[in-house]
Design a protein around this ligand. Sequence first.
Ligand code: ADP
Length: 509
Amino acid sequence: MRMLFARIWPLGVRLQLMFWYTAVFAVLIFFSDTILYTQLQTSLLANLDSSLSVQAQQISNGISTTNNGTITIQDTTGDLPEGGTSTVDQQGNHTDINFGSLVRILDVKGHLLRGTAASTTLLIPSKSITQPLHGTSWQGNVLTHDGQQVRLYSMALMDNGAPIAIVQVGESLAQLNTALHTVVLEFVIIAPFVLLLGALGSYWLASHAFVPIDRLTRTTQQIQAGDLHQRVPVPRTRDEVHRLAITLNEMIARLEEAFRRQRRFVADASHELRTPVAVIRSMTELALFEELTLQEYKQMLGNINIETERLGHLISDLLALARSDEGKTLLELEPVQFDKLVEGVAAYAEVLAIEHQIALHVQAVEPVVILGDEARLIQMLINLLDNAIIYTNAGGQVTISVEKKGTTACLTVRDTGIGIAPEHLPHLFERFYRVDPARVRTDGNSSGLGLSIVEWVVHAHKGSIKVESQVGQGSTFTVILPLAPTRAVETGSLTQEKSKAAGKEHSRH
Ligand code: ADP
């Protein structure tokens, strides 16, 4: 019992729909029955009224006045009792309103001239006499002494435009009321059956409507994390289920792509990490098992130090990208004097440029303020300048410039280096992508992650990056970043998001 209760409570969609449909059915049935009942009552009463008016008309055909003003009544209908013109016949006729006719003929003063025995039991309202005298026939419900309802029709008989008598004809409403009560009883008996059928029907319909969704659920359940190449069947009908199936398939495709990238990232990362670890290990083994001179030990420790530094940078880069994938790295956005930042990083890169015999020029630097995370922007600038210097042969040139273009800041890093072949350009920002793995950087710091980080920083700042290059001629990286809104520059600081990351990963240098 408890399990059954738990199954239906909270109510499933099918049961909820069933209850709602049934409630709506109930309201509809109530209203339609009420309307039907009222209409039936009105039309039965209208029929009764018209037959009463015909009867009254027939009776009034037999009434006339003599020259001296005496009213003579001729019974043409057989409804009136035998006898005089001004008495109510009591003999032989019972006063039960359900038998025989209810007829009353009155003079204009309201005195009863003639009437049936049963009509004496009626409680006649004065309006039923005064209204016809004023020219309008009257009809309405009246009661008998013992509380029974009677429909009464009252009309004036006119002669030369003046009323000479009033004819009142009535009929018991018992039959009509019985008919109406029967109808109500039928409604009351039939309604629960209709509701029950409606409830069952709506439950069946709801179940039927959910069949495609059940099918989608089953297929989605079958799709395990490792089996993301499967897709749910898309029904041909262009309805909600069709849209749901398409949305699910798009979601699964995105998941599949994310899993694929994740797997590749992990595989590439472990591969990259393995190399420096292996190098360190072989060097430590050598140091442990070989007799070396102090000079050789020092050199070895120096090499280990370089490798660990490389490892450290690699781990920082990996961490930065992993966090960006998770969406955990929130930027500390504030107005940044971008031109000053570029000049600062260029001065810092100058050391590397001199080391590689490259001429580093800082050109066309316009004052621009952007809304950005200074640490990330420095990382981006260092990676771009670092690449430009490293992939340019000695004697070459690297030029960096910042310009204001409309509502954007345009950063250009141009070099006269080895250039990149067109087939590599589309993959340049992919993780671990190196144009020529054989040609590693002279500093041995190549990881293939530098440009991925640059791209991520640019996108995180709602900017864009493009590269143009010609083999043997050089490359130009252009970064477009939106300028800070004037309001932000005026207030001096507009920190929108705070970095949750404890550490800030910087450059490889
Ligand atoms: P890496 O750590 O290898 O420099 P990046 O992601 O920074 O990784 O760059 C990816 C590849 O793009 C590099 O291996 C290099 O082949 C190529 N590349 C990047 N910048 C330049 C450049 N300025 N000139 C020529 N090739 C470049």
